[in-house]
Design a protein around this ligand. Structure first.
Ligand code: GMT
Length: 380
């Protein structure tokens, strides 16, 4: 198949899923065309069957805001026309599904292109609900030929929030179990926790929805009982306030802010626990990556997290903001070696049994074929 992928290129779950999906499909022989305003972060180096098309955005002084939606639509038209795309896969509905719809209208009878939209999370739970976007979001989702959501939670939310009666296929996030596996990490561990302390880790884009301050507060409680260090990976609007909080709590020396990192496996392999106390989380790809590296997860009970984390088996789940409970769970695991080992092994087992790339890419491939077959119209 010839597949266009429109996605955000930045440090965020939807861009990561889009890039990893494109790479896996390219390995299976499909022709993949990434369309974005910058090279997606996980697309490093040349790969057979992958071409990257950059969307050029005009900065004409009359425009107060860059006009990305039409610029993306024009680029999709160009790529679809000359590369004869079968599918344009929009990752994160705003504005990708809208631009894809516009492109399809422009192409008209010239092309049989089908739109598949994958809903990732805040496009549905947060941004898309704003009155200035809602009607366009609902329309763009309804006009897609196929719609997938990354969890059952997100599917239900889309149906209730937008009153959509379209069939939505649940296709979860995935990991490559060969790449995401615990590796030798003695050197990194020595650097992060020189006196044999336990290592707690959090990875995110430090937006409010991630409640990174809760991570710092949970760690504050844990380190009172268990010698430990906290590793914070990523960057974003809440980083400064978290640094400040760590200083105010007097634990700054035990907290390492590593900023954005591309090589996560070695850091996860040096971790004992992963914390994800989000306000909203449609799936939690970073938690899945941790689990694949045998790191049990302590999370809030929101969104798709309970579909990933099995309470009492691969980690623990608590109410949003229940710092004491999350800290208690963390201490319980970090002080009980036998239990910890069971949880670590179960985390990896669950990750590879349900969310391994091979299985999930099969689901996407089958879904594309279904959408193409269901919506087949012959081009004159
Ligand atoms: O906020 C983020 O985590 C980034 C965001 C994105 O779309 O870039 O992630 C969402 O999509 C990921 C991939 O499908 C999911 O694993 C995340 O749970 C989801 N984030 C939220 O729902 C907050």
């Amino acid at each position: 198949m010839k597949i266009g992928i429109a996605c955000y290129p930045t440090y965020g779950g939807s861009g990561v899923v889009a890039a990893e999906l494109g790479k896996a499909l390219a390995e299976r022989g499909h022709q993949i065309h990434f369309i974005s305003y910058a090279m997606p972060i996980r697309l490093d180096g040349f790969m057979d069957n992958i071409v990257y098309h950059e969307v050029e955005i005009s900065n004409y002084p009359v425009f107060d805001f860059p006009l990305y939606t039409p610029a993306l639509a024009s680029k999709i038209v160009e790529v679809a026309r000359f590369e004869h795309l079968d599918i344009i896969h929009a990752h994160y509905a705003i504005p990708h599904a809208t631009s894809a719809y516009l492109a399809k209208q422009i192409l008209g009878k010239e092309s049989n292109i089908k739109i598949v939209t994958t809903l990732h999370g805040t496009d549905i739970t947060l941004v898309g609900l704003e009155p200035s976007y809602l009607p366009v979001m609902k329309f763009s989702i309804e006009q897609s030929d196929g719609v997938t959501a990354v969890s059952r939670f997100l599917k239900e939310k889309t149906i209730t929030n937008y009153g959509i009666d379209k069939e939505i296929e649940v296709i979860p996030n995935f990991i490559d179990p060969v790449k995401y596996k615990r590796t030798e990490s003695a050197k990194i561990r020595q650097n992060l926790a020189p006196d044999g302390e336990k290592v707690l880790t959090h990875i995110s884009n430090f937006r409010q929805v991630k409640r990174v301050q809760d991570v710092v507060r949970i760690f504050n409680e844990v380190q009172k009982k268990v010698p430990s260090k906290l590793i914070l990976i990523g960057d974003g609007p809440d980083r400064s306030s978290c640094e400040l909080l760590a200083r105010e709590l007097g634990i700054f020396d035990h907290v390492k802010f590593l900023g954005k990192q591309n090589e996560l496996v070695c850091l996860l392999s040096a971790s004992d626990l992963f914390l994800i106390p989000s306000q909203s989380e449609s799936f939690g790809l970073s938690a899945l990556e941790a689990m694949a590296c045998e790191v049990p997860v302590i999370s809030s009970s929101v969104g798709g997290l309970p579909e990933l984390v099995l309470h009492g088996q691969t980690g623990y789940i608590a109410e949003i903001g229940d710092i004491d409970r999350m800290a208690k769970y963390a201490v319980e695991l970090l002080t009980n070696d036998a239990k910890y080992k069971l949880f670590a092994a179960a985390a990896r087992q669950r990750a590879i049994t349900l969310f391994s790339a091979d299985k999930v890419i099969d689901l996407y491939e089958a879904y594309y074929r279904r959408v193409l077959a269901e919506n087949a119209v012959s081009v004159p």
